[in-house]
Structures are given as C-alpha cells and as structure tokens.
Design a protein around this ligand. Structure first.
Ligand SMILES: [Fe+2]
Length: 246
C-alpha cells in the first residue's frame, strides 16, 4: 500500500517528535503493508509554521536514516496544508510542496477546519482550477459540518475536489458517525473517494491503521476497489515523487 497522509517527520508538528519516534512509526507502517509513504506534516499558520524550507531538512535526515537501515519503505515529502489566508501566498511563492499529479494537474493535500466547511471554499476551488492545481481534501468524514450534511461533499467534488478518508475512521477509531459517513461516501455512485490514508501521528493513540482499514474496505466495497483506494490511485498520484512512471 501507499500512504499519502501522515505526520511521521519528526519535530515539526504534533506527530513524531524525535527521529526514533519517526523510525518506530515507519517500522509500524511497513508491518501494515505500506511500501511507499508521502510525509505530510501540517502547514498551519500560527500553529505549525511550516513550509517547504522547514520540512526539507528533517525529511532529508529521516530519508537518510531509512536508507542507512535498509528499511523496506520509500518515503517522499509533501505537506497537509490548512486552508488559510496565507495559503495562496505560499503557493505563489513555491513554498507548498505538492503531493503529486492527477490527470496532468499538480495536487495539494488540503485540510479544512474541523468544525465547518469554510465560507468561500467554492472561490478557492475555482481559483485553484485556474492555476491548474487539483485539491485533495483530507478526512472529510471528520469535518463536523460534513458529518451533519454529508451531501455537501458532493458539491465540492463537482468543483474538482478529490477526497481522502482516514484509515482509522474506516476502522471505527473515530467513532460510529465518522465510520458511517465513510461508508456512505464510499457507496456514492460517482467515485467520490479516491484515497484512503493513515494520518498516523504516533504509535499509541494514532498508529497507521491501514491493514485494519483494508479488512473493512474489503467488506464494504470489495477487494478491487480497496486496491484502487490504497494502491492504484495513490501510485498514480505520487509516482512522480518517487521518480517512477505512473
Ligand atoms: Fe493530518
């Protein structure tokens, strides 16, 4: 499997704090069947003031440690970008590391606030389209407004948003409502969800639950669709980050 969302880079957000934490999480990821992993630390102005320049050094340190230990996993660098006033400025300055490409467009992993769908998101999606950038919205199933009105996710999809569910939500770790919304989203006729990823933060409370999610996905949507969500689509998205053809 290919994990496109996690907080494994050490010391720059609320995920792994030390290099040892990061390596322990990566070990757990390999035991979960993950062969490729895109590191996506928070870029959240005022909370985690990250950008390409702050993410690159610890990523390089982690990548070197992985290679030195011959761990059976490849890692690449991106970010989970909170929607904020600064987002467009950072993007223009080239400070947002893309998460790959989808249908010829650069992609960015976007995080909405947890409480609501931001006012004006339609304008942001239109603006991104003009810049030839495709947003992937992280964990819609944990957004309080979408949880109350799941059909609002369909409007975002119509405007070009792709979606990533959290493995832990599928497995039931975020409560029955997040799990039910996940199942509802996966049952939509048009493919609403393209990716399932771990959003792993730490070994104890937020481990990578990809294998557990895979078992549930097999029951909900069948093996072929599970492979699409955890392998084929993530590969298509991120092949360029690993210097591979998609
Ligand atoms: Fe995250």
């Amino acid at each position: 499997m290919i994990d496109i969302h996690n907080h494994i880079i050490h010391g720059i957000d609320d995920g792994a704090q030390t290099l040892d934490d990061a390596l322990e999480l990566l070990q757990l990821a390999t035991e979960n069947g993950i062969s490729h992993l895109i590191c996506t630390p928070h870029m959240h102005p005022g909370r985690f003031d990250n950008n390409r320049d702050t993410i690159a050094p610890p990523f390089a340190e982690l990548d070197a440690a992985v290679k030195e230990r011959n761990m059976p996993i490849k890692i690449a660098m991106s970010a989970e970008v909170r929607i904020s006033d600064e987002f467009m400025i950072m993007l223009r300055r080239g400070k947002v590391p893309f998460i790959g490409q989808w249908e010829g467009m650069d992609c960015v992993l976007l995080e909405m606030p947890h409480s609501n769908v931001p006012v004006g998101i339609e304008n942001l999606l239109s603006w991104l389209k003009k810049q030839n950038i495709r947003p992937i919205i992280a964990h819609p199933e944990r957004n309080k407004e979408i949880m109350r009105h799941p059909e609002r996710s369909l409007k975002l999809a119509e405007r070009g948003a792709l979606f990533q569910l959290t493995a832990g939500s599928v497995a039931g770790h975020f409560g029955s409502q997040a799990q039910e919304i996940s199942q509802w989203m996966l049952s939509q006729e048009k493919e609403l969800i393209q990716f399932v990823a771990s959003d792993a933060h730490n070994v104890n409370r937020r481990p990578p639950a990809m294998r557990e999610a895979a078992v549930v996905l097999d029951q909900w949507v069948g093996e072929a669709q599970r492979v699409m969500l955890t392998e084929t689509n993530p590969h298509q998205l991120t092949a360029s980050l690993f210097g591979e053809a998609s």
